[in-house]
Design a binder for this molecule. Structure first.
Ligand code: FAD
Length: 522
């Protein structure tokens, strides 16, 4: 073993509740602080409780659990991975109403899970993480929330990668006199009936809400920068027979989940090979040909990149909706927004009273990174700006001891359920906690060389894949064209590579007398 064991507090006494740096009274000390209560934060909390650890809190800035599925309430919001796979393996639901859960159903599922597993008493709602600072002498995180301060031995961030809306930088947008909102912050108080609406963006959210609002709005101008490859969505209501099998036959749910999971691994094989993806593209181009008879319109809807370079979308209602007489597909770039209109590069001015931004999320510039300060007093954001967003096994970062990022860098999937990745990472965190407990470790910090080797491997695997070489500019890429988002291979590989927390990859620091919850049965 190559680890260096550094003695820390060896006085046999657990460090006392610490005063807030810069003054203030003592703060409550936690074994684990979890940020966020979406799939990641809830999953982490449940697994901690099931492992016998109750010395933790979940800090959530909103007033309810659910993350993505609490915030994205736009009409038509739904997942595009089968719900049996897009849910926790340890909390399967035989009652999904159809193949792909709708937002209300997914939110109800997450709320139910929070209740059933008893995590609500551990959640502090309306507690936004403002800052977290690692203190090397006490080997703790000093955590400042909008409603009080805490210290914690371990910090787990479950703040999501699609939780911060990305607003477009369009001159004049701030001076628009009508109503403007982002799809993930839908203004339900604004009645769209008969309105003249501009929708900016034609990505994953727009293809879900446009078909829902098109029949009720007056006019709809759809501003498309790049068309998406869209396949048919095979969404069916759960039949009576399926429902019976799911409720009554032991193991059937597991079978369906695993069948879907392994079936989707074939997609990873395809996406790793642009030539094969190019052939499979026929499925999406046939869908386009069948759905859009007008050749000129079809040409404007045909992407010039290989399928799946940008997220592959699925819909049966998008093409019919955008061919309705009240919809105008605009492919000229927007140059300006005026008080009552949107202006494009060809000089056309279109008067509207509502602008809906379907412009996605800050996936490669995560706000939480601007709130976490590591061992050397540097913000995670600054470290990532200098070296690119990166972590070891998608989870830990050199210079940031005892920090675990759920859905951290290079854990985004283009082919399967993020919940599979989240569960793998939770297992990794629990194994780390077990090691820390057994050895009386105060901190673990990934070695730079381990992190570098991991990232060299991941970036090497990304070379030549459809995500990097598919001829598109997607939200997977950062401003330098590097891909810090995608996990470029099978999910089973990620699960295998995160099954064990390998101490030899970490710098370890001991401490005697730290709190010792039991994690053996997690
Ligand atoms: C519209 C949409 C559809 C999607 N469909 C799919 C799909 O079909 N399949 C799939 O695999 N994935 C899908 N995703 C991706 C989805 O985000 C993940 O699957 C998953 O929900 C992420 O869970 P999470 O808990 O990591 O993050 P989130 O669900 O984003 O939750 C993060 C939580 O952290 C909280 N938070 C953030 N910052 C702070 C702070 N500073 N202090 C306190 N709390 C904070 C937020 O309020 C939020 O509750 C979709 C995403 C979107 C937006």
């Amino acid at each position: 073993m190559t680890s260096i064991l550094e003695p820390a507090r060896d006085d046999g006494v657990a460090a006392p509740a610490a005063p807030r740096p810069g003054g203030g009274g003592p703060t409550r000390h936690l074994r684990v602080a979890v940020i966020g209560s979406g799939f990641s934060g809830l999953g982490m909390a449940i697994r901690l409780l099931r492992g016998g650890t109750d010395d933790f809190l979940v800090f959530e800035r909103a007033d309810e659990v659910g993350g993505t599925w609490r915030d994205n309430t736009y009409p038509g919001a739904a997942c595009d991975v089968m719900s049996h796979l897009y849910s926790f393996s340890f909390a399967q639901n035989p009652g999904w109403k159809s193949t792909f859960g709708k937002q209300e159903e997914l939110l109800a599922y997450l709320r139910d899970v929070a209740d059933r597993f008893g995590v609500r008493p551990h959640i502090r709602f309306n507690h936004e993480l403002l800052s977290a600072r690692w203190d090397e002498p006490t080997r703790r995180w000093y955590i400042e929330t909008s409603q009080g301060d805490y210290t914690a031995q371990v910090l787990v961030s479950g703040t999501g990668y699609l939780s911060e809306p990305a607003y477009p930088d369009i001159p004049g947008l701030e001076n628009f006199e009508g109503t403007v909102f982002h799809s993930s912050r839908w203004d339900h108080g604004h009645d769209l009936k008969g309105r003249d609406v501009a929708v900016i963006g034609t990505g994953a959210s727009a293809i879900q809400f446009v078909p829902k609002i098109q029949p009720e709005v007056g006019r709809l101008d759809l501003y498309q920068r790049t068309p998406a490859w869209i396949g048919p969505k095979n969404d069916k209501p759960t039949s009576a027979l399926q429902s019976k099998l799911l409720h009554k036959v032991p193991g059937y749910q597991n079978f369906r989940r695993n069948f879907n999971m392994w079936g989707r691994e074939i997609l990873a094989f395809v996406m790793k090979r642009p030539k094969v993806a190019g052939k499979m593209q026929k499925m999406a181009s046939d869908h386009l040909v069948k759905s859009v008879p007008d050749e000129a319109l079809r040409a404007r809807l045909t992407p010039d990149y290989v399928m799946a370079c940008k997220r592959l979308l699925f819909s049966n209602t998008w093409y019919p909706a955008i061919q309705q007489p009240n919809v105008d597909l605009v492919t000229d770039a927007i140059t300006e927004v005026r008080a009552k209109s949107v202006v494009t590069a060809d000089g056309t001015e279109r008067v509207v009273d509502t602008i809906i931004l379907g412009t996605g999320f800050k996936a490669t510039d995560r706000p939480v990174a601007g709130r976490i300060t590591g061992r050397d007093g540097r913000l995670l954001r600054d470290v990532w700006r200098e070296h690119g967003m990166a972590a070891h096994r998608g989870t830990t970062v050199a210079g940031f001891p005892n920090l675990f990022l759920l859905l951290g860098p290079n854990t985004t999937l283009g082919h399967s359920s993020q919940v599979v990745m989240i569960e793998a990472q939770i297992g990794y965190v629990l194994d780390a906690l077990r090691h820390m407990e057994r050895r009386g470790l105060a901190s673990v910090e990934v070695r730079e060389e381990a992190q570098r080797a991991w990232n060299d491997e991941v970036q090497g695997r990304l070379d030549g894949t459809v995500w990097n070489a598919g001829n598109c500019r997607s939200w997977y890429l950062d401003e330098h064209g590097r891909n810090p988002s995608i996990w470029p291979t099978y999910t089973w590989r990620f699960r295998r590579r995160t099954r064990r927390f390998d101490l030899s990859e970490y710098r370890l620091a001991t401490s005697v007398g730290a709190g010792r919850p039991t994690l053996d049965h997690a």
